[in-house]
Structures are given as C-alpha cells and as structure tokens.
Design a protein around this ligand. Structure first.
Ligand code: DX5
Ligand code: ZN
Length: 236
C-alpha cells in the first residue's frame, strides 16, 4: 500500500526465443517485479519452464523474481526455484493437501511466500494461514494461458480480501493475475489490490515503458479512489 502500485510483467507473453533480453527490456522499462508463470501440464493444461530457465534469466535483471507455481506438487519444486533465484514463491491452495506445511517449506528457504486462489476458490481457505503470508495472489482468469478476459466477480473477492487483511492489521500484498490491462486495472486497484500482473498488456503492447507507466498511473488513480472512499466511509 505505502509502496504504491507495483507492476509485475508476466514473461508468459514474452518472446521465449529472446527471454533474457525481454526480462532486461521490461526491467529497463520500469517494471517492479518479474512474474514467472510455471506450469506443469497437470495442475493447468499448459507447460512453460522450469528452474533452469529461471536461473538463466536471473542474470538479466536485479528486480525481485516472483515465481507463480501452477504445479500439482509444489513442495517438490520450492527449493529448486529458490535456488534458481526466485525471491517470492507462490503456491496454489488447490494444489496442496497440507497447505500450512507447504507455506512453512517456502518460508524455510528464505523466500517471501504467497498463496494463490483460482477464481472459484473461496477466501475461507486463507483464514488460518493468512497471518503467515507475504502475499495472496487472486487469479482473475482460470490459470493456464495469457490473454484471457478478466473475470468480473474477482472484484468483490479483492474487496473482501482487502477487508480481511486490514481487519487483522496485516501487511500482506494482494496480487491480481489475469486480464489486467488498461481497461481493468483501475477497478482492480480501487477494489484493493497492490500488485498487478500483466502479460499481454505489457509484452503485447510495446513500447514497454509506455505500457508499464500507463498501467501504473491507472492503478495509482484506483488506489487514490479507494482511499477517498475509505475516508468518506470513516467520516460518514
Ligand atoms: C495465467 C498466468 C498469468 C498470465 C497473465 O495462468 O498466471 O500470469 O500470464 O496474462 P495476461 O495478463 O495476458 O492475462
Ligand atoms: Zn501468474
């Protein structure tokens, strides 16, 4: 919140033949984090890349590397992605039978820990783990592919999560992933998100610097609108 909106380009929409150059280019263009979509062809119907690719592109940027593990057995992969240079590791609640243990496994590596929820998954699953988290990633599309349309019901989920986090006085980032673009980012920010993943809205909309700053400006306006609404409700 106080850090301002952070824009995390997803390299899923980058040119994979020039991945290191693409990571360097969005770094130069003002990205805040590099979002890494790891898919195993099992938890989601697509395959992307593993730790070796992450380690190879790690040298292209000093920015935080944000690994989003869309894999069925996240515990098997946590240490490998940490060793490859991930600064934060996000696992799906739906993929872990023992989510509390998985979260502790990530924390033990020294990485920031996130939990992601698919669009249909209720916030209730976070109730007894939220205090342990650094971020919650709310999927606003069904995971697996870039370029899908934002699912509008996500907005009230973001609002509800923001209330939950604020009510507990926690410092947990709300990251939103899927269909975030210049048409949706204002509402996503106004609902209470602070980290915005954007794949096609950055890599599909060059020049990257203009794309990133357009998203950040709209997100900032959305956050300001939320603060104004909060102030008005306190004053009411
Ligand atoms: C979807 C991935 C997203 C995706 C976002 O499974 O987790 O990060 O790449 O792409 P856009 O921004 O194009 O919806
Ligand atoms: Zn993602």
């Amino acid at each position: 919140m106080s850090a301002g909106p952070r824009i995390a380009p997803s390299i899923l929409s980058a040119d994979f033949g020039r991945l290191a150059d693409e990571v360097a280019a969005v770094t130069e263009a003002g990205a805040d984090w590099i979002h890494l979509d790891v898919m195993d062809g099992h938890f989601v119907p697509n395959l992307t890349f593993g730790p070796k690719i992450v380690a190879a592109v790690r040298r292209a940027s000093p920015l935080p590397f944000d690994a989003h593990l869309m894999v069925s057995r996240p515990d098997d992969w946590v240490q490998a992605f940490r060793d490859a240079g991930a600064d934060s590791i996000t696992v799906h609640a739906e993929a872990s039978l023992h989510l509390h243990r998985t979260i502790q496994n990530v924390k033990q590596t020294g990485a920031r820990v996130g939990v992601s929820l698919n669009p249909h998954t209720p916030l209730d699953v976070l109730d007894y783990v939220l205090d342990d988290l650094d971020l919650v990633l709310l999927m606003s599309v069904n995971p697996g592919f870039g370029g899908q349309s934002f699912i509008p019901q996500t907005l009230r989920k973001i609002t509800a999560l923001r209330k939950m986090i604020d009510a507990r006085g926690l410092d947990v980032d709300i990251q939103v992933d899927g269909g975030v673009n210049t048409r949706t980012v204002f509402d996503v920010a106004r609902a209470g998100a602070d980290v915005f993943v954007a794949g096609s809205a950055v890599f599909g909309a060059p020049p990257y610097a203009a794309a990133i700053s357009a998203l950040r400006d709209l997100a900032r306006k959305g956050l300001e609108a939320r603060s104004a609404e909060d102030d008005a409700s306190v004053g009411a």
